[in-house]
Design a protein around this ligand. Structure first.
Ligand code: F6R
Length: 253
């Protein structure tokens, strides 16, 4: 399939700080500013390790204030085959780490729901989530995979994709094995917002920390605008903030 080279619309704003804790402070401040300005905003959340310092700060500072009570939260992705109650599911993870602590009602925390009820049909789960996301969230927090993935959009994913089912790469399954009892327990499939879905957000906030992310960050920001690095699609978006610690910025020119 041919994909014409899309136009680059904006330069990401890149902020480099000393360490992961400092990156967490900027991410937390960006999220809380967004919510303070628009208390009923639609917030796109990521799971994984990178956002945890920011989530812990938000919880420490805002628990019990009701600041997030009217936010609608949207997850980037979810594994196929895990119930929402499975502690390793992204729905359970985000509630445990952030939204329950901040008093976001569970009904306001949205995620792909692959595998149960009507969503035993995975295509229906994808279509319903895409519809729910509508014209996109106000702020989307993103991490980046060592292979340049965004959400679970692995290398080779076209930049205009909507919510879809993915087969997880061996790298991604190995990287995520730390959240499961055994490496074999990591699901083989997931449902993820597509790169086109992610790009509908008004503001994209990518955070990356640690030397293991340095090559992916350099490919995303300075490499070819190409599906071999899904995160290079960020450069098609007019409003992107990239928060890096020194180690993750280490391969930038
Ligand atoms: C998480 C997600 C993934 C992670 C990425 C980085 O919802 O969609 O793209 O953001 O794999 O993961 P960590 O932060 O654990 O290095």
């Amino acid at each position: 399939m041919e994909h014409p080279a899309p136009a680059v619309t904006g330069e990401p704003q890149v902020v480099v700080v000393d360490d992961a804790a400092a990156a967490g402070r900027i991410v937390a401040a960006t999220i809380s500013d967004t919510v303070r300005r628009a208390p009923t905003c639609r917030l796109g959340l990521a799971t994984g390790s990178t956002p945890l310092p920011a989530y812990r700060l938000l919880v420490a500072e805002l628990r019990g204030t009701g600041a997030f009570a009217r936010v609608q939260a949207f997850l980037l992705d979810e594994y196929v085959g895990l119930a929402a109650t499975d502690p390793a599911s992204y729905r359970a993870t985000i509630r445990r780490e952030l939204t329950d602590e901040l008093g976001v009602p569970p009904a306001s925390v949205h995620a792909p729901d692959p595998g149960s009820g009507r969503h035993a049909d995975l295509d229906a789960a994808c279509a319903d989530y895409e519809r729910l996301l509508g014209d996109g969230v106000d702020l989307q927090l993103l991490g980046i995979g060592r292979n340049g993935h965004l959400g679970f959009n692995e290398p080779g994913t076209p930049f205009d994709t909507t919510t879809h089912v993915v087969t997880l790469s061996d790298t991604t399954r190995a990287d995520n094995a730390r959240f499961f009892p055994t490496p074999e327990a990591v699901p083989t499939h997931a449902v993820t917002q597509g790169l086109g879905t992610i790009r509908r957000a008004r503001h994209l906030l990518l955070a990356a920390t640690g030397a293991a992310k340095a090559d992916a960050v350099a490919a995303a920001l300075e490499g070819p605008l190409d599906v071999s690095c899904p995160a290079s699609a960020l450069r098609l978006h007019p409003r992107v903030t990239v928060v890096l610690d020194r180690a993750a910025a280490g391969a930038l020119s």
